[in-house]
Design a protein around this ligand. Sequence first.
Ligand code: B12
Ligand code: SF4
Length: 553
Amino acid sequence: MCNVLLVAPRFVGRTFASFQTTCEMMGARSMVPPLGLLTVAALLPPSWECRLVNRNTEELHDADLEWADLVMTGGMLPQQPDTLRVIELAHAHQKPVAVGGPDATSSPEVYKAADFRVLGEAEGVIEDFIEAWNAGVRQGRFEAEKFTVDVTRTPIPRFDLAKIRQYMGYSVQFSRGCPFTCEFCDIIELYGRVPRVKTTEQMLAELDALYRNGYRGGLDFVDDNFIGNKKAVKAFLPHLIAWQKARGYPFTFSTEASINLSDDDVLLALMREANFTMIFVGIESPDTETLVSTQKTQNTRRSLADSVHKIYRAGMFVNAGFILGFDSEKGAVADEMIACIEATAIPISIISLLYALPSTQLYRRLEKEGRLYPADYHKLRVSGEGIGDQCTAGLNFETARPRRDILLDYRRILAHVYRPKAYYERVRTVARLLKRPKLDRSASADPAPRRLFTIPIRDLAMLWRLVRHIVMWQPQALWQFCKVLVECARNNPRALAAVGSLAALYLHARPFSRFVISVIDRELALGESARPSVLAPAARDDEQETLPAAKVA
Ligand code: B12
Ligand code: SF4
């Protein structure tokens, strides 16, 4: 018996991917519950009682810590400062802390204050930890063997621990790992290059658990690359389609996939039929030389616009990532990137500065070349306030072309693509091209939604809420929004939900892009004086005794 308090640490600063304003508009406090911690909870012995406190959505009270015998915490890089704070808080209550998750796995040396460091995928190491805990051990480092965890043994995450009203939806995971080798990517270092997939039965059991709990709505497949193992995903999707049809399509899905999805008509058709509505694609750069030098060759030898539009025609809209600051950039790249964003017509283009994440090929190369800045370099550069992700903390290294030029390019792209007119022009193209399927909801066991004429009152209420927010916070976008909405209602009404979603996402994207511009302006004003010195390799706190897999220190 053990009382385990799982604590999701707060994200520091402001980040694009948090979509904070969109969440608030929808009455939520965060996008999704922390699936890593929900999975860890499911791996603990049934006799251990678990509670979850997410510091992004609720307070951590003294009483929570008093209740706990053990605190388990961890997350991603922007959660690092708060993870360290949680360790302090737990220690102030004399409670031992086990830390894990992607950032602890990538940078274990940062978390020396924790009593236990449980690194890598929990499925591969938790049994040793539990055994040690039960034997009275109260300190140690445990490490899962890399990329060998059999995800077919991963239990159903403890979805019940999350207070769903605080979130936009849930996330699930079908596969881990990605077959590609992009130089800047930490996925392949953390989860490997051979995608490991769950079984169909396992996946459907997860969906059943959510469905039985009464959940309906968005489900994000947080796979690193949903189509990383095409054979497996093609075998799974027909069952997913049958599951959805049999229940009248209770879920709408989103995921992340590489652009070669557009080469596979069968896969596109299956995902459409399963009710996937949004795909995140890493486009990174329109420049072939850059893509080749960063080892993202799957994005070359194609018209990006044709590929993206093909996904639209299959009924799914695309959000994409773009990056500036690669060594291969010869001169100004702003015009080319703006042209690419406009030609592909991707409304939510997450444009960031290249960031060398710990433990990536890029990090190792820059370290060898003596070009890395210290971890807290942005505090030296500009005031640390609000700095949260690669948009504001990027370029953590000595760049090949002048830093000022990259920042000016970045500023120009953001200022251009997030103007209301430019944004809604892209939404208009989506609204025109998106061919959403007609879903047969007749098998639904849920009470039929109340309607005004033919439109569900729930949808009308959501539209009203959205319009109110646009009027209050983005009056300059109201006209553009109304034009696209009316045009879409006339010509392609099935795409209306996507237009609504994209308008809701813009409530966050526009102010966030302006915030990033203000940070860049601050840095540009400081000029060379803000330039940190590079990190001498010897200055790194390089750990340390790495113990063999799953052994106690
Ligand atoms: C979904 C996702 C998001 C979502 C939602 C995140 C959320 N709140 O849960 C969104 C879109 C918001 C997001 C944003 C970002 N993300 Co993100 N995200 C992911 C993604 C794709 C899946 C996360 C997930 O749910 N995984 C499924 C669970 C089961 O896996 P897991 O979390 O790794 O947990 C396992 C182990 O790590 C371990 N474990 C986890 N926690 C703990 C705790 C303890 C105590 C123990 C013992 C073990 C343990 O056991 C689990 C089971 O094996 C991962 C990649 C990945 N494959 O995980 C990136 C990832 C976590 N994100 C990352 C980053 C950098 C970001 C951003 C900062 C930048 C970006 N990529 O846009 C932003 C900013 C976040 C913000 N909110 O401000 C990096 C983190 C790198 C690092 N060193 O910390 C990752 C690894 C990959 C990447 N490059 O995108 N992200
Ligand atoms: S395609 Fe995406 S997940 Fe795969 S290696 Fe490249 S950046 Fe990483």
